[in-house]
Design a protein around this ligand. Sequence first.
Ligand code: 13P
Length: 354
Amino acid sequence: MAIISLRQLLDHAAENNYGVPAFNVNNLEQIRAIMEGAYEMNSPVIVQASAGARKYAGPKFIKSMMEAAVDEFPSIPLVMHQDHGGSTDDCKKCIDLGFSSVMMDGSLLEDQKTPSDFEYNVKVTKETVEISHKLGVSVEGELGCLGSLETGMGEKEDGVGAEGVLSHEQLLTDPEEAVNFVNQTQVDALAIAIGTSHGAYKFTRPPTGDILAIERIKEIHKRIPNTHLVMHGSSSVPQDLLKIINDNGGNIKETYGVPVKEIQEGIKHGVRKVNIDTDLRLASTAAIRRHFVKDPAQFDPRKYLVETKDAMKRVVMNRLKEFGTAGNADKIKPLSLTVMASNYLSGTLSPKIN
Ligand code: 13P
């Protein structure tokens, strides 16, 4: 049994200067791709499910898939994380299902569309931390809203995300506010807004510092060096995958993601968790489109789904190598959530604010 808490994994990553990709899952092929990739790379990994995933697959299927992953790959430390919880209640439901980590996204109100204010965010996040830490479960909070510094628009995907135009202040996490937020909530990890957004359409050109604010990560990390930072919307949107999709009947417009070298720069400055969903979706779509163009008579799902799984696995292995996660699975001695709970209680895990 190697389900571990996000906090244990990110502490190890910080001590050893690496980052960890957090891959979203909805189905069997994705979870197999992630686990096989992590196993081949001797790598710990974070698997996360959003409300959309729980709705698509059903919460019990998601739970069972994650448990099966642990049973089949016992040597891989695995964090079961809830992505973008809309309320403390949402987080509680995932904890009851066996998740070892939750994200309380209080940057938006419970509708997960309307930007909230700082006081609301602190209140719901703190409440979630109090409940979770008693059980050894980790909490990720978010400060600032995901959205585009190019257009000023919030991002909305799968019905989740800020709606409409956002101010520059809302789109970039304020370092001073981050200090207050972590102090007041005691979150284990903090998602920050730096111009990234969910989905394939992040940037209309290869991003430069004005639209992808890596400098902001450095400023925040200087102020809260002991808090693990999280980059959301961090798919790289590989151009070769877009080409395969479009060469095989797809129609994805010109778009750019977050370059791996920018993520690596973030990792040098406190980024420990890197959220990736779109890249696996693109890999899977590219594989399936190519398969059907090559073999239009095919009707056995196992024949084309195995190709989607292998394509996703290649992305997984690349990111595990690129973020320095590979090679660390057997260096982590899993701590139970009960041990984590007593560590929180004794105060050894509180983020120390300088
Ligand atoms: P991408 O859409 O860039 O993969 O981001 C996923 C994410 O941040 C999930 O929370």
